[in-house]
Design a binder for this molecule. Structure first.
Ligand SMILES: [Fe+2]
Length: 177
């Protein structure tokens, strides 16, 4: 069971995580269209991780006796000014996601909903990593991305990222899946 405000915020977070996934796959498509396949891969992996996050929130709501009520998922942008623009927008977006998670945490603390506080612990740590990854991408692009050779090696570097299912997902998914 949940306090209604906490339940609403958790549901909004499912939507926010699906939006994040769509945001990143839209960026992945932008890179694919420009044959920057390494960055396309990096953002495709990011898409999959965000979908894991959405499912973790979804399953947590149900496991804890809550109701899932999903709202509208807005369309992500599809036009970007360049690589730097995408990397900056990624960092800004992750900052926003962090603030949303903090907001749920504050609401849960207010009503002594410790199961939600404990659940969010992993996401709070994850957001530190997300922001770090996003700012590292910006820094490396600013350092090395100015010429085509540098951009090519950054793209190759991004190709090395591979998807591993978020371990948290197995903790919250029903056994039948
Ligand atoms: Fe996420």
């Amino acid at each position: 069971m949940f306090d209604s405000k906490v339940e609403k915020l958790l549901n909004e977070q499912v939507v926010a995580e699906i939006y994040s996934a769509n945001f990143y796959i839209s960026m992945s498509a932008w890179f694919r269209n420009r044959s920057l396949d390494g960055y396309a891969n990096w953002f495709y992996v990011q898409y999959k991780e965000e979908m894991d996050h959405a499912l973790i929130f979804y399953n947590f709501i149900l496991n804890a006796g809550g109701r899932v009520k999903l709202g509208v998922i807005s369309a992500p942008p599809s036009d970007f000014e360049g690589v730097g623009d995408i990397l900056t927008k990624t960092f800004e977006h992750e900052n926003l996601v962090t603030s949303l998670i903090y907001k749920i945490n504050e609401a849960a603390l207010e009503v002594k909903d410790y199961k939600t506080v404990q659940f969010l612990d992993w996401f709070i740590k994850e957001q530190v990593e997300e922001e770090d990854r996003a700012s590292t991408n910006i820094n490396r692009f600013n350092l090395f991305g100015a010429d085509l050779k540098g951009l090519h090696s950054l793209d190759e570097e991004a190709a090395a990222r591979s998807y591993v299912q978020t371990p948290q997902l197995a903790l919250y998914e029903p056994a039948v899946v």
